[in-house]
Design a binder for this molecule. Structure first.
Ligand SMILES: Nc1nc2c(ncn2[C@@H]2O[C@H](COP(=O)(O)OP(=O)(O)OP(=O)(O)O)[C@@H](O)[C@H]2O)c(=O)[nH]1
Ligand SMILES: O=C([O-])CC(=O)C(=O)O
Ligand SMILES: [Mn+2]
Length: 614
């Protein structure tokens, strides 16, 4: 980089980083925006952008007294969730994407998308967002730069990631590598054409080039498809980096627990989208003397520390949480977080006094609402089954506002993980809690994790599918290689220092009346109490074919409105259920054939033998 160049680029493009300046110019050349705006992260910029979004009709400013500096937003009704069928891993070799990902040859995909991007930003501002996932002062800061033509994306990124000038300066000073992440809503405006509140395209592509550590996204403005630092970078691209560098990028919350006697444990938990991560991360324990603090609610990056333990950091800066079901009785900490304002609410309902509401926020809905489609809504509509808010409506809010955020959140080295939980949404079969025998068995529990699909992705809801480590839609490479990576993490470590692995299921139903067998939410602290007691060698467990479950009486159910039969049903491991599960696991592993690590086939054989009793 010559000094003359530096000066010119500084003037023209706000950066002294020649590579970045060239990329920005090249994208502008292709997409033909009206102008270019570099995102600095200043408070004035936030005000300007949100004012513009209000002006454009994309945002409605909420009542300052109820939700200061906060906004309501309704998306196009077709653009409400991740689009898994339009999400691609474009590795050079198809086999590196594996049988669970969509794949296209990188050149072919680039040719196709280049045509889509050609002129796609016409009439719009192109924003350049320098960001870092994790801490700016991490040993190796993980930089990215998102180019987008959506101000909604900019405002959301400002909440969700550390963004702006200080990030850019550090990229320049250290001449650092960054993940280029290109996003366009794919809705160019012709001369004089009026804009719509939520521009998007019927053609959508969410594309990852794992070898080049590059992301191209087109056609959607929705969170997981468009806020490219989140799932696209911190899971799909980061998982490929982590495989190469010997660490782990996982779809996990991180929770700090302090027991009544003062011992501290850090727990990570992988649950599929809309299966309870944010809620567990913000848990209010119902049992006396326990304290819970949130480190992260969605993503964990874990690396071995010098002491041989696995340390996790939350790479994010904000929370992008499922709104429905979030209320004072289920998640008071989330409610307190959004009360502080500085938030964006997408596809929820608007109250007549300029606040937001959604199903599950309060027992009684307000007498009148404007629903997420912009129509009048009354409790009568609710009784008729018409939802005021989309099931995947979201709050986007600064993590730092969470009243129970752990001080360790600010530690770039992270926290040492003592236990990992794998959980899904299963009406039957899977018990409330069980423990693996060892890391390999725990990897098997993760690799065979199953869950009913939710509204977080487009498509049918409630269908049971395998969702390994809750990463099915977020893996940047071949799932069988990912399982091998998990096993190799175990092999390379001192077993006594590895986190212990558990399975959980908050969602089991009573077969007789269909009700939840376990009250969930704050009461999940009772399960955490058993997990901690196991870690401390203070709780007994019984062997079952699938792992260790609490002995009768080991789970503290004091004061719960549950009969002993209900508790027994919640933790039961029924051979007849597992006989039905075995062929499903076999079919799942069959996708990988002899690519699947032999240890996992051996685990399956062991499970079969134990279930059938010999
Ligand atoms: N019955 C029951 N429902 C729960 C429990 N925990 C969470 N839920 C509900 O499950 C839905 C999703 O919960 P979240 O905590 O937002 O899920 P998440 O895993 O963070 O979802 P993503 O942000 O999409 O990754 C919400 O409607 C919650 O109210 C629980 O313990 N029991
Ligand atoms: O990525 C998103 O859009 C929201 C989310 O957290 C998920 O779906 O898991
Ligand atoms: Mn969440």
């Amino acid at each position: 980089m010559g000094p003359e160049l530096t000066t010119t680029h500084e003037k023209q493009t706000h950066t002294t980083h020649a590579g970045l300046a060239a990329w920005v110019e090249q994208v502008a050349e292709l997409t033909q925006p009206r102008d270019i705006r570099w995102i600095t992260g200043s408070p004035e910029e936030w005000t300007e952008l949100t004012d513009e979004l209000v002006e454009a009709g994309t945002f409605v400013r909420l009542n300052e007294e109820k939700k200061p500096n906060s906004f309501y937003c309704a998306s196009d009704p077709s653009d409400v969730a991740r689009v898994e069928d339009r999400t691609y891993i474009c590795s050079v070799d198809e086999k590196d994407a594996g049988p669970t990902n969509n794949w296209m040859a990188p050149d072919e995909m680039k040719a196709r998308m280049t045509e889509l991007y050609r002129g796609s930003m016409q009439g719009r501002t192109m924003y350049v967002i320098p960001f870092v996932m994790g801490h700016l002062d991490a040993k190796v800061p993980m930089f990215g730069v998102e180019i987008t033509d959506s101000a909604y994306v900019v405002v959301s990124m400002l909440v969700m990631a550390r963004c702006g000038d200080n990030v850019l300066r550090k990229i320049e000073e250290t001449d650092a590598a960054y993940v280029p992440a290109l996003h366009s809503v794919g809705a160019p405006l012709a001369e004089g054409q009026a804009d719509v509140p939520w521009p998007c395209s019927d053609t959508k592509y969410i594309v990852h080039f794992p070898e080049e550590r590059t992301i191209w996204s087109y056609g959607s403005g929705y969170g997981g498809n468009a806020l490219l630092g989140k799932k696209c970078y911190s899971l799909r691209i980061a998982s490929a980096i982590a495989r190469d560098e010997g660490w782990m990028a996982e779809h996990m919350l991180i929770l700090k627990l302090t027991s009544p006697k003062g011992s501290v444990h850090y727990v990570a938990a992988a649950f599929p989208s809309a299966c309870g991560k944010t809620n567990l991360a913000m848990i209010t324990p119902t049992i006396p003397g326990w304290k819970a603090e949130m480190v992260g609610d969605d993503i964990a990056w874990m690396r071995f520390g010098e002491d041989g333990r696995l340390y996790a950091v939350n790479p994010e800066f904000g929370l992008f949480g499922v709104a429905p079901g979030t209320g004072a009785s289920t998640n008071p900490n989330a409610m307190a977080t959004i009360e502080k304002g500085n938030s964006v609410f997408t596809n929820v309902a608007l109250t007549d006094d300029g606040d937001v509401w959604w199903e599950g926020m309060t027992d009684e809905p307000p007498a009148h609402l404007t629903d997420w489609h912009g129509n009048d809504w009354t409790p009568e509509d609710g009784k008729a089954g018409r939802l005021s808010s989309h099931p995947n409506s979201r709050f986007c809010t600064p993590a730092s506002q969470c009243p129970m955020i752990a001080p360790e959140y600010d530690n770039p080295d992270g926290v040492p993980i003592d236990a990992i939980l794998f959980g899904g949404r299963r009406k039957t079969t899977v018990p409330l809690v069980y423990e693996s025998r060892d890391w390999t068995h725990g990897t098997f529990i993760g690799a065979t994790l199953s869950s009913e699909t939710t509204a977080a992705a487009t498509g049918a809801v409630g269908v049971v599918r395998r969702d390994p480590m809750a990463m099915l839609p977020f893996l940047g490479y071949n799932a069988s290689d990912y399982f091998a990576h998990w096993l190799s993490i175990g092999k390379g470590a001192d077993a006594s220092k590895l986190p212990r692995i558990f399975g959980v299921n908050w969602f089991r139903r009573d077969e007789e009346d269909g009700s939840f067998l376990w009250p969930g939410f704050g009461e999940n602290s009772r399960v955490l109490e058993w997990v901690v007691a196991r870690l401390e060698g203070e709780a007994d467990a019984v062997e079952t074919p699938i792992g260790l479950v609490p002995t009768e009486g080991a789970l503290d159910v004091d004061g719960l409105d549950l009969t002993p039969e209900q508790v027994a049903k919640a933790i039961a491991v029924n051979a007849s259920d597992w006989e039905k599960e075995l062929p499903l696991i076999e079919e799942w592993f069959g996708k990988f054939g002899d690519q699947l690590p032999a240890e996992l086939w051996a685990e399956l054989d062991g499970l079969k033998a134990r279930v059938s009793g010999h």
